[in-house]
Design a binder for this molecule. Sequence first.
Ligand SMILES: Nc1ncnc2c1ncn2[C@@H]1O[C@H](COP(=O)(O)OP(=O)(O)OP(=O)(O)O)[C@@H](O)[C@H]1O
Length: 324
Amino acid sequence: MIEARGLTKTFGRTMAVEDLSFTVRPGGVTGFLGPNGAGKSTTMRMLLGLDNPTRGEALINGRPYRQLDRPLTQVGALLDANWIHPNRSARAHLRYLAASNRIPARRVDEVLETVGLTAVARRAAGKFSLGMKQRLGLAGALLGDPKVLLFDEPVNGLDPEGIFWVRNFMKSLAAEGRTVLVSSHLLSEMALTADHLIVIGRGRMIAEASTADFIARSTRSTVRVRSPRLDELAGALQQAGVAVTPADGALVVTDTPIERVGDIAAAAGVPLHELSQQSGSLEEAFIQLTGDAVEYGRSRSVPGGPIAPLAGGPAGVTPGGTTR
Ligand SMILES: Nc1ncnc2c1ncn2[C@@H]1O[C@H](COP(=O)(O)OP(=O)(O)OP(=O)(O)O)[C@@H](O)[C@H]1O
C-alpha cells in the first residue's frame, strides 16, 4: 500500500506539493494524473525517499522508504529509463542492482525474460532504444518481486507498440495483486490503463475517483439547440426547470436528455434550427478541470512569500531505473 498524509514539499519559495493525502490500494492500476509541473514527480520522489517532505508523510507499506529493509523487495520504481550505465550490459546492470539488495543473481535472468530482453541481455544498455531502456527499467523495478510499484510517465516517448506493451504489463502486475501507481499528464492514456485516478494540479488534490466515475462526470454531455426565436425557447426551457447557457447564438443545455429538449420546444411551438448532442473529449474535460491549476512556466509561491524564479528542473535526481 502507498500512502501520502498531508504531504507537502517546498523548494525555496516554490510550493511543489501542498497537503496531499491519498491511499493507493493493491489489485489495481492507480493513475496519478496532472498537467506538467503539477507535482507528480516530486510526490513520487518523496515516496521513494529521494526528496524529504517539508511536512507530512510518504509511506510504503506503512513506513517511510528509508526505513524499509531491502527496499527493492518491497517497492520497485521506474522514474527515468535513462538511468543506466551506458557501457554496462543489461544483465550487468541488473546484477549490480540485485547485489545491492541481496537478491539472488538468478532472478536477473527471470526478469529479463519477463520483459522480453533475454536475447539482448549481453548488449550495452547505452545502445538500447528508448522502448528497450524502458523495459530494462521495468525489469529493475521487478527484481525484488515487490508488491508495490511506482512508474513515472512510463509511456512517454514510446511508439504505439511500446505503449500497448507497457499498458498491458502494468495491468498484469495489478492483476497479480500488486499496488501500481503510474503518473501521466494524459487523461486519454490513463483512461485505458487505470482503474482509479488521483488528479492533482499545482501540487494540490483536485479529484480522486474510479476512472469510470471520473470520466462519466467530466465528460457530461450537453445539448446544443438553436432557434430563430431563441429568447422564447430559453424561457420555455427555464420554465420547465432546465438550466440553459447562451452560447454563440445558441443555447447549451446540461443534464437533460435531447428528446426532452425537443419536446419542450415542440410544446412551446418554437421552431428549431439545430438540436444536437455534444460530448466533450476526455482531454477537454481534463483541461477544464485542471485549467486553473496549469503552470505555464510560472513559479508558484508559498502563501505570503514573494514570487521567486524557479531554479530550473528537478535538481539532484539520481536513481531512475529503479530504487535502491
Ligand atoms: N529540485 C527542484 N527545485 C526547484 N523547483 C522544483 C524542483 N523539483 C520540482 N520543482 C518544481 O516543483 C513543481 C512540481 O514539479 P514536478 O516535476 O513534481 O511536476 P510534475 O507533475 O512531475 O511535472 P512534469 O509532468 O512536467 O514532470 C514545479 O513547479 C517544478 O518546477
